[in-house]
Write a protein that binds this ligand. Structure first.
Ligand code: ADP
Ligand code: MG
Length: 347
């Protein structure tokens, strides 16, 4: 996409030169994108649909570590996690804008690598990059992405629509991204201490879950095909426990999750055990899985029960029952959200 192999200082191009350079590689594909980069604002045709808008802010040293995250992966993930929020509204993402804070340690080639990852995700998910903002930064790399999507008014799914007795269903499997991060952190520490090359063998799946997550567009499409209408939905960014409690709280209900129903990939399980961690705790609190968590009517059970992409992990209760975890022996425990919190420590 970009053919530079040398190091070009951003100061050589200036802000406008950089934007022009990036814009020359960006094409609009969506009929709803009326105007992209190059005016004071982008113009989008809502086409009679409800529009959904979501923004994420990613700060170097807080949300990502360039010590082990390649810029291309970072760009890809930055877009994907935003699109995941749009899918969690049962909507289709169509545009993104990208605001960047760049420190002068980044040459043009680094920005290009970042954009290659972002544009790869845009192409894969069929969204247009229609604008952004660029500034210098004194505190490392700053990336803020806004995703804009659309859906017919009656299809938008909110967090607050769950009803008592609804099933709680999750897509894919959980805890992998967290275990991938543990492996990366461990290898980084080993490298710092001994200079040894990272040993990542046997961890392909969980590393991909951490470094190159995907948004579950396929699940949104699957639910339409199965004629299952989620009553509420959220994407799992903080961790299953925390996000299930978001749905419960917003809906004025309680929630019960069954520990032995949690979908955990064997590689996640094995790695957790190797770190002396409880795999269930990783699945409940790991975060960054970007799976979809939704509720649906009991009567939809037949439609989803045989699907390998969907697991019923619990149900919604009346509010007074609170947030509960049922262990394999039927014992009840309070469900605790130990998920990553932007205002607490990083772990
Ligand atoms: P303004 O001064 O009005 O903010 P800019 O010079 O920042 O205008 O932006 C000019 C155009 O370039 C706008 O269309 C804007 O959306 C786009 N743009 C600026 N920075 C970026 C970026 N990092 N990525 C994509 N588009 C960008
Ligand atoms: Mg600007």
């Amino acid at each position: 996409m970009f053919d530079n192999t040398k190091r070009t200082e951003l100061s050589e191009l200036g802000e406008f030169g950089l934007i022009e350079h990036l814009a020359s590689r960006i094409e609009l594909e969506q009929p709803s994108s009326i105007k992209g980069i190059g005016d004071d604002a982008a113009v989008i045709d809502p086409q009679g649909l409800h529009q959904v808008v979501t923004t994420d802010l990613l700060l170097e040293g807080v949300h990502f570590d360039l010590g082990y995250v390649p810029l291309k992966h970072l760009g890809y993930k930055a877009i994907v996690v935003n699109l995941s929020d749009v899918y969690a509204m049962n909507a289709t993402p169509r545009q993104v804008t990208v605001a960047l804070g760049l420190s002068n340690r980044f040459p043009l080639e680094a920005v290009e690598e970042l954009y290659e990852g972002m544009l790869l995700a845009c192409t894969k998910y069929g969204v247009d990059l229609v604008g952004g903002d660029t500034s210098s930064s004194n505190s490392g790399l700053v990336i803020s992405i806004t995703a804009i999507g659309a859906a017919p008014k009656e299809e938008v799914v909110y967090r607050n629509g769950a009803r008592e007795h609804d099933l709680l269903v999750v897509s894919g499997d959980l805890g992998g991204a967290y275990m991938g991060l543990q492996v990366l952190e461990r290898e980084k520490a080993v490298f710092k201490e001994t200079g040894a090359q990272p040993d990542l063998v046997g961890h392909d799946y969980i590393l991909e879950r951490q470094l190159k997550p995907e948004a579950r567009r396929d699940i949104v499409e699957l639910l339409k095909k199965l004629d299952v209408r989620p009553t509420s939905m959220i994407d799992i960014s903080d961790g299953l426990a925390s996000d299930a409690m978001h749905i419960a709280r917003a809906s004025g209900l309680g929630v019960t999750i069954h520990d032995d129903k949690l979908p955990i990939d064997p590689e996640t399980y094995r790695t957790a055990r190797g770190f002396d961690l409880d795999p269930s705790t990783c699945a409940l609190n790991g975060g960054e899985d970007y799976e979809l968590l939704f509720t649906c009517a009991l009567t939809d059970h037949e439609k989803i029960k045989a699907n390998p992409n969907l697991t019923v992990i619990g149900h919604m209760t009346e509010e007074g029952a609170g947030y509960r975890l049922v262990d394999g022996q039927g014992g009840l425990h309070p469900l605790r959200a130990q998920g990553w919190d932007a205002f607490l420590s990083k772990d």
